[in-house]
Design a binder for this molecule. Structure first.
Ligand code: FAD
Length: 511
């Protein structure tokens, strides 16, 4: 029977079983719809990245002999919504069956189910054949347990998939986790390498967005777009990572540097999230490199990376499907403040935030610690409404898909979920930033002062955060120690901290 198959913008998996053989009765549909550009304001590089990747994927399918209907944003027949486009095509091509791959986003999952209910023909959904786990696996793994715990899930994944384990399923290197060795400041010893980028002219897409009044923010180099948008490019990024960056990945995983925005991170997240490559391929290549290195690569570097891919990435996805949609509405601290204006223009004096925000606005990228311990740390300490924080993160990063963005931002970083993803809030004062980076050098704020003239806002905000949230946090066994310290604080010091924190919060746009 004549079948229509929808391919979403983040479902560019050419190895999917759908494409194993050609069938004249099957038509693939890909669409650039307004709906997907407008649910939050996006960074221009994110929209461009998606369109370029989708277009070359469609070309690829055509070359392989599949029938593809690709509706560009300004196509005369583009009705700008999935439902209208699907219905139009069903009628035009006399389609008898509609099929789709399960979306990774809750919003689209609901929408596609509704569309199917409204169609008068048979419908069927398929797995995306990308992840190690199914949507429900994390929930099932923790059923009957009081709490999710990434480490338990991760160890199970290592054993189940025989990754970095010996024949008795014991961990290679005798430890499951080398997290403690992943916390070094960059000491200049390992040579820095620039990320592998590609120089594509994307001016045609930029013009298309401008001509169609698509709203966006951030900057782009139209003549030299750097992110990987094809499978071939993604594989090159992977090879480059294994050869040049993996040997130092874990060691400097948490380090930050003014002069270099990616350090030893892989920059694979966009290619992974739109499924140009699979986590299995990434893991296989990394393990192969490790093996071939004959112990010249330290296990801590390899384990640290594997943990992100088979641990955090799959775990976050599982939590997303277990906890949505209520997860998105949680606001544990009941925070309501608006995002400072400098999140959109980068004009902030605090050196750490200046570097991380501008890096995000210029590259649609920031690495994990910049997202967690600089930007997210600030929004949490400053009491910003977590939904506003989510929208910024979902818009700004090229790799931001809700399943991995909201779990990291709303959960891990903002603790808005009250402890579903993590067991305590990630907050830090200037001390941590200075320990892990060189951002404090030359900053106009004084990192060593807890309060007082020009003291770093992170310091008073940090202590103020604990003081103000005592009723919510004091009972948390992982935080108890902080309250011992606060108890020992003299009343005037406490008052001075609170006063200064409030001054900074009242002048947040001028920090
Ligand atoms: P690397 O450091 O090289 O890590 C390798 C891979 O591991 C990544 O490509 C990614 O696929 C995976 N990974 C690493 N950390 C995580 C994590 N915490 N959760 C899930 N997967 C992980 N990642 C996204 O893909 N999209 C997002 O929208 C996103 N939003 C985030 C928001 C916040 C507040 C935080 C703290 C983290 C967020 N992350 C997100 C996770 C992580 O920061 C990015 O995956 C990473 O920075 C991407 O760069 P990379 O490919 O160079 O990563």
């Amino acid at each position: 029977s004549k079948t229509l198959r929808l391919i979403l913008g983040d479902q560019l998996n050419i190895n999917h079983s759908w494409f194993k053989e050609n069938n004249a009765n099957i038509t693939y549909l890909m669409v650039e719809v307004n709906q997907e550009q407008e649910y939050v304001k996006h960074h221009i590089q994110k929209i461009v990245g998606f369109f370029i990747a989708m277009r070359s994927f469609a070309d690829n399918l055509n070359e392989l002999g599949h029938q593809v209907v690709y509706l560009k944003l300004d196509d005369l027949y583009n009705k700008q919504s999935f439902e209208a486009n699907i219905k139009q095509l069903i009628k035009k091509l006399k389609i008898q069956k509609f099929e789709y791959q399960l979306p990774d986003e809750y919003r689209l999952d609901v929408q596609l189910k509704e569309i199917c209910e409204n169609l008068e023909i048979a419908t069927k959904s398929f797995d995306t054949e990308h992840f190690f786990t199914k949507r429900e696996d994390v929930l099932a793994f923790f059923s009957g347990k009081r709490q999710y715990l990434m480490e338990n899930f991760y160890r199970d994944m290592r054993k189940k998939h025989k990754i970095l384990v010996d024949e008795d399923l014991k961990p290679i290197g005798e430890k499951w986790n080398f997290d403690h060795e992943n916390r070094k400041k960059y000491d200049g010893k390992a040579p820095l390498k620039f990320p592998l980028t590609f120089k594509k002219d994307v001016s045609e897409i930029v013009k298309l967005l401008n001509d169609n009044g698509i709203k966006y923010f951030g900057t782009i180099n139209e003549k030299a777009f750097g992110h990987p948008t094809t499978r071939g490019e993604a594989l090159k990024v992977l090879t480059y990572f294994c050869k040049e960056l993996l040997p130092n990945f874990g060691k400097y995983e948490d380090a930050m540097l003014k002069e270099h925005h990616t350090l030893f991170h892989s920059c694979l997240s966009f290619a992974l999230n739109i499924k140009l490559i699979s986590p299995k391929e990434v893991v296989t290549e990394v393990l192969k490199t490790y093996k071939q290195s004959e112990n010249t690569i330290d296990i801590a570097n390899v384990e640290g990376f594997i943990r992100q891919v088979i641990g955090w990435r799959e775990y976050m996805r599982g939590i997303y499907w277990a906890e949505m949609p209520s997860f998105a509405d949680t606001n544990f601290f009941n925070y309501k403040a608006a995002l400072p204006t400098w999140f959109w223009d980068g004009k902030v004096k605090m050196n750490c935030l200046n570097h991380c925000i501008n890096n995000s606005l210029n590259n649609a990228y920031a690495h994990h610690i910049q997202r967690l311990m600089v930007i997210g740390n600030f929004t949490l300490l400053a009491g910003i409404n977590p939904t506003e924080v989510d929208e910024w993160y979902l818009g700004v990063y090229i790799d931001a898909m809700e399943w991995v963005q909201i779990t990291n931002t709303h959960g891990m970083s903002q603790f808005a979920d009250g402890g579903i993803v993590g067991s305590k809030p990630y907050v830090a004062s200037a001390n941590y930033i200075n320990k892990m980076s060189n951002y404090c050098e030359g900053c106009s704020y004084k990192k060593d002062l807890r309060y007082g003239d020009n003291s770093c806002p992170l310091n008073s905000l940090y202590w103020n955060f604990y003081i103000e949230n005592e009723h919510l946090l004091a009972k948390n066994p992982r935080i108890g120690m902080m309250y011992q310290l606060i108890k020992k604080m003299e009343a005037p010091e406490k008052e001075a901290i609170k006063k200064l924190a409030n001054f900074y919060l009242n002048n947040i746009n001028k920090l």
